[in-house]
Write a protein that binds this ligand. Structure first.
Ligand SMILES: Nc1ncnc2c1ncn2[C@@H]1O[C@H](COP(=O)(O)OP(=O)(O)OP(=O)(O)O)[C@@H](O)[C@H]1O
Ligand SMILES: [Mg+2]
Length: 266
């Protein structure tokens, strides 16, 4: 069973950073295979993960729509062709795979293309233990881009009353969408631990459970300035330590990684 983690939150709160930190934390915990999905048309997850994307799903779809007829070159059905190309352009690393959705399809009704792509991505996702989905601010597109249920929705906020109230509204919006969200929490990024009592109270008023904070981390800033991915962060980097703790608190089936034999002996 694939466990899907999705991020929401207003612009610039740290969704992409936290998505990348969670991918890294899953790898650190040896949790299982991970598919990272960049569902933000203004794609940046690959940068946060330190990899390059050759072709996005949006570009592959455009290619398909440009060609007329029922089949693609080589006599493949359009469905097989899209599936083949999505597999071909997936970024593979030893720690995770990445699929970048890219820009949504251009003007016009592309329901057929959208459904085809959705079907391909849903069946692809099923072969991973975890799917980590970074999103643009807002939530409306989530139901357009995937039919998958979300096991864990992390709504990211800055440490402000207004930010946390916005997170609460986003959570209400999730209820209006036709996607099932199993559990959802608010995560306050660039915040001190413990969180200011007034912010804890505000989180309580939204009806959302507060999962924890991620501190402002000079290592994350350094990675950003060096155009390096967050896999370059040292293991004890404060934001990464926090991401691992959040993950363990939110996903009941996860366990801390057992110490390596050599570490016990030394
Ligand atoms: N905990 C942190 N410590 C230091 N810098 C951070 C932290 N979290 C986020 N940042 C920085 O803040 C900036 C915005 O973060 P990010 O791109 O993750 O936000 P976002 O919510 O994905 O934005 P958008 O809505 O535009 O997609 C980035 O430059 C990132 O490096
Ligand atoms: Mg982002």
């Amino acid at each position: 069973m694939t466990y899907t983690i999705a991020f929401a939150g207003k612009g610039g709160t740290g969704k992409t950073t936290l998505a990348a930190l969670i991918v890294r934390a899953l790898d650190d915990l040896a949790a299982g295979s991970v598919l990272a999905v960049d569902a933000d048309p203004n794609s940046t997850l690959h940068e946060a993960l330190g990899v390059e994307v050759e072709r996005s799903v949006g570009e592959i779809t455009e290619d398909m729509l440009m060609s007329s007829g029922l089949t693609q070159p080589g006599g493949m059905s359009k469905e097989t062709w899209v599936e083949y190309n999505i597999q071909r352009y997936i970024v593979e690393t030893p720690s995770f795979d990445l699929l970048s959705m890219g820009r949504p399809e251009g003007a016009g009704c592309y329901c057929y293309a959208n459904n085809l792509v959705r079907g391909c991505i849903d069946s692809l996702s099923r072969s991973y233990a975890y799917v980590v989905m970074d999103n643009e601010a807002g939530l409306e597109h989530l139901s357009r881009r995937t039919t998958r249920d979300v096991d864990l929705l992390l709504i990211v906020s800055d440490p402000s009353v207004r930010g946390i109230r916005t997170a609460g509204r986003l959570s209400q919006l999730a209820d209006e969408l036709a996607i099932r969200v199993d559990s959802r929490f608010i995560v306050v990024n660039r915040a001190e631990d413990p969180l200011e009592p007034v912010l804890q109270d505000t989180a309580g008023q939204t009806g959302l459970e507060f999962l924890g904070t991620v501190p402002s981390d000079a290592g994350v800033t350094r990675c950003d300035l060096a155009c390096a991915g967050l896999f370059d962060l040292p293991e004890e980097s404060p934001a990464l330590v926090a991401a691992r703790a959040l993950l363990l608190a939110a996903v009941p089936s996860l366990r801390p990684r057992a110490p390596q034999a050599s570490a016990i002996e030394s």
